[in-house]
Design a protein around this ligand. Sequence first.
Ligand SMILES: *[C@@H]1O[C@H](CO)[C@@H](O)[C@H](O)[C@H]1NC(C)=O
Ligand SMILES: *[C@@H]1O[C@H](CO)[C@@H](O)[C@H](O)[C@H]1NC(C)=O
Ligand SMILES: *[C@@H]1O[C@H](CO)[C@@H](O)[C@H](O)[C@H]1NC(C)=O
Ligand SMILES: *[C@@H]1O[C@H](CO)[C@@H](O)[C@H](O)[C@H]1NC(C)=O
Ligand SMILES: *[C@@H]1O[C@H](CO)[C@@H](O)[C@H](O)[C@H]1NC(C)=O
Ligand SMILES: *[C@@H]1O[C@H](CO)[C@@H](O)[C@H](O)[C@H]1NC(C)=O
Length: 291
Amino acid sequence: IQMLLLPSPLMEVYVPEMPVVALHGGDVTLNCSFSVATPFNLSDLTVFWQLTDTKRSVHGYREGHDQLVDQAESFANRTSLFPAQLGLGNTSLLLSRVVVADEGSYTCFVRVQDYGSAALLLQVAASYSKPVVTLEPESNLRPGDAVALTCVAYGGYPQADVIWQDGGGRNLTDNITTSLVANEKGLFSMTSVLTVVLEPNSTYSCRLINPLLGEEGYASVTITGQNIAFPPVALWVTIGLAVCLLVLLIALAAVCRRKIKESCEEARREGKRGWKRRGGVEGKKEGERRL
Ligand SMILES: *[C@@H]1O[C@H](CO)[C@@H](O)[C@H](O)[C@H]1NC(C)=O
Ligand SMILES: *[C@@H]1O[C@H](CO)[C@@H](O)[C@H](O)[C@H]1NC(C)=O
Ligand SMILES: *[C@@H]1O[C@H](CO)[C@@H](O)[C@H](O)[C@H]1NC(C)=O
Ligand SMILES: *[C@@H]1O[C@H](CO)[C@@H](O)[C@H](O)[C@H]1NC(C)=O
Ligand SMILES: *[C@@H]1O[C@H](CO)[C@@H](O)[C@H](O)[C@H]1NC(C)=O
Ligand SMILES: *[C@@H]1O[C@H](CO)[C@@H](O)[C@H](O)[C@H]1NC(C)=O
C-alpha cells in the first residue's frame, strides 16, 4: 500500500559518480541524462537543476522554455541547458564563470510522464602561484641563531599540502606553522613558516601540492656562507677603513708639519730681513702674523 502512496521514480537519470572538478573562472558542464523508451514531445519535458542542500533553483525548463523566475541570483546569466540535446535525453547544465561558492551538490530532476533525479558533486579548483621562500632575518646571521623560513603562495583553491624538506630530502615536521587566508573570491593565500636553528651551508625546500589538481609548486633557499659571514666581513671592512683613515691622517699631519716648519723658517728669514730694513718691531710682527 505504501508503495502505491509514494510515487516511485520510474525513470533512470544518470550523472557522474565522481566529483566534477571545475576551474575557478572557467566553464563546466554538469552532465545529466535520462532514457525513455518512446519518443516524447518537448513540451511535456520538465527539467529542474537545484542545490541539493538548500533546494535553491539553479535552472528550470518547462513547456518548451527556460523557467528562471525563481533562479537563485548567484546563478543569474551563468546557466544554460543544451536545447538541441534535450530531445535526445541530455539535460546537462552548462555553468559559466565558476566561483568558489559554486562548490557543492547539485540535483538534476527530470520529468516526462515519469520522473527521476540524481545528484552530483561539484568541486572548484584554482592553481596556486609559484611558492616563494624568504629568510627572516636576512643578514647578520650567526650559526646557532633561530631563523624563520617563510613559504608563500596565493590565489589557489582548495587548501594545499605543504611539505618542508632539508637538503638531504628528509621531511621536516617540527616547528612549522601553516596559515590560510581567503580573499573576497574565496581563493586562499597560504603561508607556512618553518623555524630552524641555523647551520652553515644548509638547504630548505618548500613543496606545495594542490590535491585536487595534482599540481605541485617548489621553492628552496640555501643558506650559504654569504648570509652568515656578513657580520665578520662588515667588521673587517670597518676596521680596514678606520686603519686607512688613520694612516691618511698621520700622513696629512706629517705633510702639514713640514709645510708649517718651512713657512716658519721662511717667515723667520723674511722677518730678519724686514728687521734690518725697517728697523724691527713692525717686521717681526708681520712675520708672526704670517705664522
Ligand atoms: C560529460 O559528457 C560528455 C559528452 O557526453 C563527456 O565527453 C564528458 O566526459 C562527460 N563529463 C563527465 C565529468 O562525466
Ligand atoms: C507537442 O505538444 C504541443 C502542445 O501540446 C503540440 O501543439 C504539438 O503539436 C506537439 N508536437 C508534436 C510533434 O507532437
Ligand atoms: C544578466 O543579464 C541581464 C541582461 O544582459 C542584465 O540586465 C542583468 O543585470 C544581468 N544579471 C546579473 C546578475 O549579472
Ligand atoms: C615526506 O612526506 C610526504 C607526504 O607526507 C611523503 O609522501 C613522502 O614519502 C615523505 N618522504 C620522506 C623521505 O619521508
Ligand atoms: C623546534 O624548536 C625548538 C625551540 O625553538 C627547538 O628546541 C627544537 O630543536 C626545534 N626542533 C627542530 C626539529 O628543529
Ligand atoms: C657547502 O656544500 C657544498 C655542496 O654540498 C660543498 O661543496 C661545500 O664544500 C660546502 N661548504 C662548506 C663551507 O661546508
